[in-house]
Design a protein around this ligand. Structure first.
Ligand SMILES: [Zn+2]
Length: 65
């Protein structure tokens, strides 16, 4: 367990759902001493996908003229 990370990233008891999602996403990378709750897992995965750069985003750039 990454105790230093936990000391620096305390999740408030009244944290909102987006805050929890972000906390768990960061936690998975820094520590992961416990799994993401099933109720948040989909959201955490969705945030992870959205954060990745899309390499094939601009494939159609060349127009003849
Ligand atoms: Zn942890």
């Amino acid at each position: 367990m990454n105790a230093a990370w936990h000391a620096a990233h305390v999740l408030p008891r009244n944290a909102t759902r987006p805050e929890r999602v972000r906390w768990h996403r960061t936690h998975q990378k820094a520590c992961a001493c416990r799994p993401v709750p099933a109720s948040l897992r989909d959201d955490v995965a969705a945030v992870g996908r959205a954060a990745k750069p899309r390499l094939k985003a601009r494939a159609r750039s060349g127009s003849p003229r």
